[in-house]
Design a protein around this ligand. Structure first.
Ligand SMILES: Cc1cc2nc3c(=O)[nH]c(=O)nc-3n(C[C@H](O)[C@H](O)[C@H](O)COP(=O)(O)OP(=O)(O)OC[C@H]3O[C@@H](n4cnc5c(N)ncnc54)[C@H](O)[C@@H]3O)c2cc1C
Ligand SMILES: NC(=O)c1ccc[n+]([C@@H]2O[C@H](COP(=O)([O-])OP(=O)(O)OC[C@H]3O[C@@H](n4cnc5c(N)ncnc54)[C@H](O)[C@@H]3O)[C@@H](O)[C@H]2O)c1
Length: 469
């Protein structure tokens, strides 16, 4: 049985751990799928490479309000797909070859599916049909998460073909229509992409609005904007999915008005992801899972087993790439410096949804402050009331800032509108570095007339702090 100093399972953010400082350690990397993980191959990167052309296609729609008449002539989906994956697949192959090749001689790559069979003992079903078992002094569990499919007739039993984010970006051509199940990030971004390319979209959600984890003003504004672009069925339960004779799909639903069926050419299931701890059999090595199947880690990213660390989607409460990368840096440091370990910082985790309108958030929502009885002051700054918003004839987009009334420290920020993911960054910085709203607003220049004036004006609009507690 081969023994390694370090075994890393998963090549998403886990693959960023081995560097020159690990040259004296024998390392096993175990990967069952595409090298580079979800973000590179089926997540952040390809989706955003489709989102940008979607924005270009949308420009024709937006131009009308600004006296520019333009129209979308055609979308070359196969060309776009091949351009995007031509680039991504080459990076995947290059990353795999780098780890397998002479440049990292201390690393052995096992291409196959790992399952724990004992304490720090991993059995691997290799892609060549054979199997092997390895042991390690230390482990990094970086095996991510997998799409979860609702247990309803027609789904999961193989009787109806459907897509997930793992497959839908590689389809042959734009479908004649799309039905999207789910109201979260993945559903929102694909509804945006397909509808921008002229495909009729029907989105089906259980709740009363889209993106329900967001601040309530944001999710209401987003749901209203989405309804202007495509069909959104809220408070709707999926009952069954059936194939139609012409190859299309029929989705049977229960709405507040009673039963309804919707037909479409392609069904995209985007109903969340499940952490891969259970499928990796981590309990055989003594690692514990929480009620949602996440590997339990402490602030050092270590599991309950000494020397077994976890990072990213398999363990985090924030399944986002920048969080997986941050946690990988913490694990890396702690493996190198076991006597001087550092902790993860999850205080102010930002996120963005790359839709039209775009959304970005950091910190507490207004409802969560209300529910926790935390005092706050707020300012809602409209894009339409700053110069860059006038240029866009913007209507209805805004930034909400929430601050502590005594100290002026920011508690949360939520943006819906152009370039939200970029506009929010000074507020993330202010929260991290403990800067007050008024210091940030008044202590620097803000380029005029840039979109960043949205932040300046929102902060200036907050009441002056009443004094430090
Ligand atoms: C469609 C989509 C879009 C996204 N867009 C964004 C975005 O814009 N911004 C953002 O911040 N986040 C985004 N995310 C989330 C982001 O992709 C994840 O949070 C991140 O990739 C998680 O990284 P990870 O290293 O934890 O896991 P992964 O990157 O998933 O890596 C885990 C690896 O482990 C392998 N593996 C799993 N089980 C085993 C096993 N038993 N044996 C061997 N190998 C195994 C898998 O094959 C995989 O390669 C998106 C996700 C999706 C699905
Ligand atoms: N821009 C980004 O940063 C980005 C983009 C895509 C994904 N992600 C990450 O990936 C994660 C997964 O995204 P996601 O959209 O798959 O999950 P999600 O958790 O964001 O949304 C899942 C949606 O499916 C619904 N749902 C769950 N079970 C259902 C069922 N049985 N029937 C009907 N609806 C059901 C939920 O109510 C929710 O609306 C996200 O949490 C996010 O962290 C991030």
């Amino acid at each position: 049985m081969q023994h390694f100093d370090l075994v890393i399972i998963g090549t998403g953010s886990g693959n960023s751990i081995p560097g020159p400082e690990f040259e004296d350690r024998s390392i096993a990397i175990v990967e069952d799928g595409a090298f580079g993980g979800t973000c590179l191959n089926v997540g952040c990167i390809p989706t955003k490479m489709f989102v940008h052309p979607a924005e270009l296609a949308d420009a024709a729609r937006h131009g009308r309000d600004l006296n520019v008449t333009a129209h979308l002539d055609a979308v070359d989906w196969p060309g776009m797909r091949d351009r995007i994956f031509g680039r991504i697949d080459a990076i995947e192959a290059g990353g795999r070859q780098y780890r397998k090749g002479d440049e990292t001689p201390n690393i052995t790559v096992f291409e196959g599916r790992g399952t724990f069979t004992g304490t720090k003992e991993l059995s691997i079903a290799l892609h060549d049909g054979s199997s092997t078992t390895i042991t390690g002094e230390a482990f990094v569990l970086a095996a991510g998460s997998s799409v979860s499919i609702p247990d309803v007739p027609g789904l999961g039993d193989g009787s109806v073909p459907f897509h997930t984010s793992d497959t839908v970006m590689r389809i042959d051509d734009l479908p004649e229509s799309v039905i999207i199940l789910g109201g979260g990030y993945v559903a929102a971004e694909f509804a945006h992409i397909f509808s921008s390319f002229g495909v009729p979209v029907t989105q089906i959600v259980r709740g009363s609005s889209l993106l329900r984890d967001h601040d309530h003003d944001i999710c209401q504004a987003f749901t209203a904007a989405a309804r202007e672009r495509y069909r959104v069925l809220t408070s709707t339960r999926l009952e069954a999915v059936k194939p139609l004779a012409d190859g299309r799909i029929s989705v049977h639903l229960h709405t507040t008005d009673g039963p309804l069926s919707v037909d479409g050419a392609l069904l995209l299931v985007a109903t969340g992801r499940t952490p891969n701890g259970a499928s990796l059999g981590v309990e055989a090595t003594g690692v514990t899972l929480d009620a949602r199947g996440r590997v339990v880690v402490d602030e050092y990213q270590q599991t309950v087993v000494d020397g077994i660390y976890a990072l990213g989607d398999i363990s985090t409460h924030f399944p986002l790439k920048h969080v997986a990368n941050h946690e990988a840096r913490v694990v890396r440091h702690n493996l190198l410096h076991p006597d001087d370990r550092i902790t993860s910082d999850h205080r102010f985790v930002p996120s963005a949804v790359f839709t039209d309108p775009q959304i970005a958030s950091v910190g507490r929502t207004e409802r969560s402050l209300e529910r926790a009885g935390i005092p706050y002051v707020k300012k809602i700054q409209q894009y339409g009331d700053i110069a860059a918003g006038w240029a866009r004839e913007d209507k209805g987009h805004f930034l909400k800032v929430l601050a502590d009334p005594e100290t002026g420290l920011l508690l949360g920020a939520h943006v819906i509108g152009p370039e939200a993911a970029t506009v929010i960054q000074p507020l993330i910085q202010a929260m991290h570095f403990g800067q007050t709203a008024h210091d940030v607003a008044k202590g620097q220049y803000w380029i005029h007339p840039a979109l960043s004036e949205l932040v300046e004006n929102a902060l200036l609009g907050l009441p002056a702090p009443t004094g430090r507690p």
